[in-house]
Design a protein around this ligand. Structure first.
Ligand SMILES: Cc1cc2nc3c(=O)[nH]c(=O)nc-3n(C[C@H](O)[C@H](O)[C@H](O)COP(=O)(O)O)c2cc1C
Length: 174
């Protein structure tokens, strides 16, 4: 399976998380791109896209995503498996924790992408997050500012869950 991780990052945290996610996939071919230098036409060559962003402003996606989100359409991501991850700072921004990833989720859903990798919200301290849909986050949430000691384990658990979801998805569609 070919996987492409695309991230937007201001101070390097999301770039770091992208690297760890990449190394957590044991058996698959994984490439990583900064969203600043991605050609969305190449998304079509991958079986799974993983989109990651940190959160800035009032709970918004990292700014470099804007242009790509405006360009994404059904011809590029329709019917494609997509997993999301978002970073935030739950101590400084508990009222808008890791909300930026929701901007990406909304565009993916609007353009018929199939989102996998919803993530439990247990073990996080926050008041509100746009990333929370019902009782699950729309992707993996990482707090590198306050809980960096949990990052690697969270990623390992999430990637394991993703691999199971992908296997189930394949057996349904085969
Ligand atoms: C000015 C500013 C605004 C931020 N806004 C939010 C926010 O609304 N919600 C949140 O959870 N984190 C917020 N953060 C925290 C960042 O998302 C967090 O530090 C993240 O790890 C940065 O990742 P990056 O280096 O990949 O951009 C903000 C940080 C700064 C400096």
């Amino acid at each position: 399976m070919k996987i492409l991780i695309v991230y937007g990052s201001n101070t390097g945290n999301t770039a770091y998380v992208a690297e760890i996610i990449s190394s957590a996939f044991a058996e698959h071919e994984v490439e990583i791109r900064n969203v600043l230098s991605v050609d969305i036409e190449e998304f079509k060559q991958y079986d799974l896209l993983i989109f990651g962003t940190s959160t800035w402003g009032n709970g918004e996606a990292q700014k470099d995503w804007k242009e790509v989100l405006e360009k994404l359409d059904k011809s590029v991501i329709g019917g494609k498996l997509i997993a999301l991850f978002g970073l935030g700072d739950s101590a400084m921004f508990p009222e808008q924790f890791a909300s930026g990833v929701r901007d990406i989720y909304d565009v993916v859903i609007e353009n018929a992408g199939i989102v996998i990798g919803f993530w439990k919200n247990e073990g996080y301290n926050f008041q509100f997050s746009k990333a929370l849909l019902g009782d699950k986050f729309c992707g993996l949430i990482i707090d590198q500012d306050n809980e960096s000691n949990l990052t690697v384990q969270r990623i390992v658990d999430w990637v394991k869950m993703l691999e199971e979801e992908i296997a189930n998805h394949k057996s349904v569609n085969d």
